[in-house]
Design a protein around this ligand. Structure first.
Ligand SMILES: Nc1ncnc2c1ncn2[C@@H]1O[C@H](COP(=O)(O)OP(=O)(O)OP(=O)(O)O)[C@@H](O)[C@H]1O
Length: 466
């Protein structure tokens, strides 16, 4: 039984200490420790510690109640454990408040920590790939990373990670290194790093997905060494073509490979949840590469109930979803389960794809709003108005430039009801895509790549290797 008792504490702060009880409570203790430490967030404050005798001490927490709940009898045994998605045998009740706002967010990390005893990115990488297992044996820490790569140049400072260009000391291969500084990432998002590395490992050899060369991890950083996508992002490609792409080029170099990649990801149960032009990149040959799986989810393992992604590309059914913190609060506040929340599906990626195609063809984003509430209004008004997307195209004077077939393709995607949106696989057979790709290939043969976007002249890629 997990017991907590309040200790007197200077400064009026709450502090709890107590034995974890007999037997094997190690996993629970470690999970709680890990979770609580991550709640301390950026400032490195220690919130919990564990002695060798198994005593757990929680510092700086004003109010914490951990109460055991009896599980239906398991023969003659009764045991306490943690709540997991698959069933509750112990519940965490009450609220956890901290003096500082940075640790005030309860976190779905709790679920993950208790469910998995969190596997590190390295563990996951090693278990999914012999290639990486071999590499990781010789270079597991960030120190060994520095021994292998050099010539670092910052390429992008993102919200979760920095992208650094580097060069392998021996092979001289140029790589893009994604460096997560864990101290700058709220604990609630640490699971995302592990998941991203895992998806990239699963996608080894898959067309259309940036290739993971290796990964490293220590307590402060996680590092993913990636293939360098020297062809830039879709944004830069559009800019180099005057802000928008021709239908043929868009179909052949963006839509077709993107749909093939999405079809494969979806067949693997992976939902991107943050598909946008900044995450659509190209390699040196002009072949499309998706980057950034930080917000991705795996169907069956992750719940598809919270809001993720970027507003302008967010599907209508995603817009009003609660944040992960709100989900957690609802669950503990109302005795709910995550299964009580309506889930969205992989169709959220199809919507984002539609927005990307609209933008690539017109140079404009169709649904712009400052807040989630406004966005939903904009989506409704745009699509409910007579002619739907046609009206939007009229308003930006683009309608005469778009073929009826392309408009039909887009209209089939931009549906408020996700069930009405076709799957990626179905969209691959759409007449617009088929004929635009054919025309693109024909014109490439006759004009020797006048519309040079390298892969526009390449034969269609083979489908995914797995
Ligand atoms: N493999 C790569 N090769 C070259 N550039 C890359 C690569 N991966 C990412 N980048 C560049 O870094 C940018 C951000 O990458 P990514 O989205 O993975 O990081 P992030 O920390 O999530 O950033 P953000 O918060 O801006 O989305 C990309 O838009 C691209 O410009």
């Amino acid at each position: 039984m997990l017991q907590c008792r309040r200790l007197p504490n200077a400064g009026g702060r709450g502090s709890f200490s107590g034995p974890l009880g007999k037997g094997s409570r190690k996993a629970l203790r470690e999970a709680l420790l890990s979770w609580l430490q991550k709640l301390a967030g950026k400032r490195g404050r220690k919130v919990a510690s564990s002695s060798s005798s198994g005593e757990l001490t929680i510092h700086n927490i004003q109010q914490l109640t951990v109460s055991p709940v009896r599980e239906p009898s398991l023969g003659n045994q009764r045991r306490t454990s943690t709540r997991s998605n698959s069933g509750s045998i112990c519940s965490l009740r009450g609220s956890i408040h901290s003096k500082t706002s940075s640790v005030s967010k309860p976190s779905t990390d709790y679920y993950a920590a208790c469910r998995n005893s969190r596997r590190s990115a390295i563990d996951l990488t090693a278990s999914h790939s012999c290639r990486n297992e071999a590499s990781l044996k010789e270079m597991q820490s960030t120190t060994s990373f520095l021994a292998v790569y050099s010539f670092f140049t910052t390429a992008h400072r993102g919200s979760h990670a920095n992208i650094i260009k580097a060069r392998h000391r021996h092979t001289h291969e140029r790589v893009a290194v994604k460096v997560y500084n864990k101290e700058q990432i709220p604990g609630i998002l640490w699971e995302n790093i592990t998941r991203e590395i895992r998806i990239l490992t699963m996608a080894e050899g898959a067309e259309g997905i940036v290739q993971l060369r290796n990964s490293y991890e220590d307590e402060n950083q996680a590092i993913a060494v990636l293939e360098d996508c020297t062809g830039g992002t879709l944004i830069s490609r559009m800019a180099s073509k005057g802000g928008q792409l021709s239908e043929q080029m868009c179909a052949q170099t963006v839509v077709k490979p993107l749909l093939e990649t999405l079809a494969w990801l979806h067949s693997q149960g992976i939902v991107l949840r943050d598909l946008k032009p900044e995450h659509v990149m190209f390699d040196g040959n002009g072949s499309l590469r998706l980057v950034d799986f930080f917000s991705a989810a795996i169907v069956g393992e992750d719940s598809l109930i919270s809001r993720e992604g970027t507003l302008a590309y967010m599907a209508p059914e995603m817009v009003h979803k609660p944040t992960p913190e709100e989900v957690f609060n609802e669950v503990i506040g109302h005795g709910l389960s995550e299964a009580d929340f309506p889930a969205y599906t992989q169709k959220v990626d199809i919507w984002s794809l539609g927005v990307i195609i609209f933008e690539a063809l017109t140079g404009r984003q169709p649904f712009l709003a400052e807040t989630a509430e406004d966005l939903r209004d904009v989506q409704d008004k745009t699509l409910a108005s007579h002619g739907g997307l046609r009206t939007s195209l009229d308003s930006i004077k683009m309608r005469e430039h778009m073929s009826p077939s392309a408009l039909d393709f887009l209209t089939s995607i931009m549906r408020i009801d996700p069930d009405e949106r076709p799957s990626a696989k179905e969209l691959l057979d759409h007449a617009w895509l088929v004929s635009a790709c054919r025309a693109s290939l024909l014109s490439a043969r006759t004009h020797e790549s006048t519309d040079s976007f390298v892969s526009a002249v390449s034969p269609p890629k083979a489908t995914h290797t797995r």
